[in-house]
Write a protein that binds this ligand. Structure first.
Ligand code: PAF
Length: 282
């Protein structure tokens, strides 16, 4: 039976009698198969006697656009039913007011890994992500925290925060889950119009086409970027646009002058107001 808590103080009390180890899956809800796989990975990590906790909270301070926050899907009852079916032990579903004081003034800011990709295109986004993740770690004190690798910049930043702030939690990345046509699963996919959803596999196709150049030993980043851009834009719907397309070092997330070390080719694209991200390792 799932226990639901919407309040920081009551979840703290619950945790005193909660079985350990505890694995946390932080989410913003609108759960899909990708999240369910994170919950299964959490259960595999802690075993049947341990605790699997989920947080469901649409974190206002990580949204750079008010319209994106307003339109973010929040099917809380469906989400809780899915958690119940997955055998989740604890669902933390806080209200905004219980997490953020009206005059809150402390945030977590990272200054290196945020320079490019989503860090550059969504000002303040990762300050919001790191702040809420640190708050969740402090409140729920997980032994493990599981995140999707789709958001690889987010995952790298959380690893960095845990390292640099000596947080006593082990962070685990879980492989991206994809639809049959290759589109990375995301809560935002449900906001695409039917023709956009049918088209959206172009993002994965473009990254795969660019990666194919790796077999010829190509080292010039521009060649990869040109190939991906071509496949992203060819015969695309009117509502489609590229937010960014960048090639970064897999460890430092800085732009690379030549592709000689493990790198990520990463993109964020829009269908109208719906922003989708994906990446591929080179
Ligand atoms: O990846 C997400 O869903 C969010 O960024 C997270 C980690 C739950 C923080 O709000």
């Amino acid at each position: 039976m799932i226990t639901r808590s919407a309040d920081v103080n009551s979840v703290r009390k619950l945790l005193q009698k909660t079985a350990r180890p505890l694995a946390l899956v932080p989410t913003m809800g609108a759960l899909h198969e990708g999240h369910l796989q994170l919950l299964r990975a959490a259960r595999a990590k802690v075993g049947p006697q341990g605790t699997v906790a989920i947080s469901i909270f649409v974190n206002p301070i990580q949204f750079d656009k008010a319209s994106d926050l307003e339109n973010y899907p929040q099917p809380i009852e469906e989400d809780l039913a899915l958690c119940e079916a997955e055998g989740v032990d604890l669902a933390f579903t806080p209200e905004r007011e219980s997490l953020y004081q009206s005059d809150h003034s402390v945030i977590v800011q990272e200054s290196l890994l945020t320079r490019h990709l989503c860090g550059a295109s969504r000002t303040g986004h990762f300050d919001g992500v790191l702040t809420i993740v640190l708050k969740l770690f402090n409140i729920l004190q997980p032994d493990f925290a599981i995140f999707g690798q789709k958001d690889f910049q987010q995952l790298a930043l959380i690893h960095r925060m845990v390292r640099d702030l000596n947080l006593p939690v082990s962070v685990i990345g879980h492989p991206t889950v994809r639809a049959a046509d290759g589109l990375a699963l995301s809560s935002r996919n449900s906001r695409l119009q039917a023709h956009e959803r049918a088209d959206a596999a172009r993002i994965r196709r473009a990254l795969l086409a660019a990666r194919d150049l790796r077999t010829s030993g190509e080292q010039n980043p521009q060649i990869y970027l040109n190939a991906a851009r071509h496949h992203l834009l060819i015969d695309c719907p009117e509502s489609f646009s590229i937010d960014y397309l960048e090639l970064v070092d897999a460890e430092t997330l800085q732009l690379v002058p030549t592709v000689t070390k493990p790198s990520f080719l990463a993109t964020a694209c829009f269908y109208g107001g719906v922003r989708l991200i994906d990446h591929i390792a080179l």
